[in-house]
Design a binder for this molecule. Structure first.
Ligand SMILES: [Zn+2]
Length: 152
């Protein structure tokens, strides 16, 4: 998906269309949220409270979207691992997590992961909004590992 709009001028048509696309994405991928979603603007940083699409649109236009929120994981997007993220971190951790995923099964892990984070988001609203979370790099590493080993 083309996300160059995130860096576009906030009053531009491109940005506006991008926001629409984003909100549609959230709605489609987070179907059971009663119309309320984490707001990825610079000020909310996907923390609580969750907002309506109209409110989020307002924030994204007036405050701007977090520039590093390029993988919409808080809005139902599956993470795409990259090589550079594989390089950091310890091998031991990878191995342990790999076993864990084997035991749980990838599908249910993905599900548990997403729901767990949504739940955590509610309980622990203190994640720094725009920074990368450590669990994120762990999961990225994990999925990368899976790809590398050809596990399906
Ligand atoms: Zn906001």
């Amino acid at each position: 998906m083309d996300r160059r709009w995130m860096k576009a001028y906030r009053l531009s048509v491109e940005y506006d269309n991008g926001v629409t696309e984003f909100l549609q994405f959230a709605e489609k991928n987070l179907p059971n949220t009663e119309g309320l979603f984490p707001c990825p603007c610079v000020s909310c940083g996907n923390r609580d409270p969750k907002l309506s699409k109209e409110k989020i649109r307002g924030h994204l236009v007036s405050v701007g979207i977090c520039q590093n929120y390029t993988q919409w994981i808080w809005h139902g997007e599956t993470m795409m691992p990259s090589v550079s993220q594989r390089e950091e971190g310890s091998v031991d951790m990878d191995d342990r997590l790999e076993d864990m995923i084997r035991n749980v099964g990838e599908e249910s892990f993905k599900k548990a992961h997403v729901y767990d984070n949504l739940r955590k988001d509610k309980e622990q609203p203190l994640y720094p909004g725009c920074t990368k979370f450590s669990w994120l790099s762990i999961v990225l590493r994990l999925f990368n590992l899976k790809t590398k080993n050809g596990m399906e």
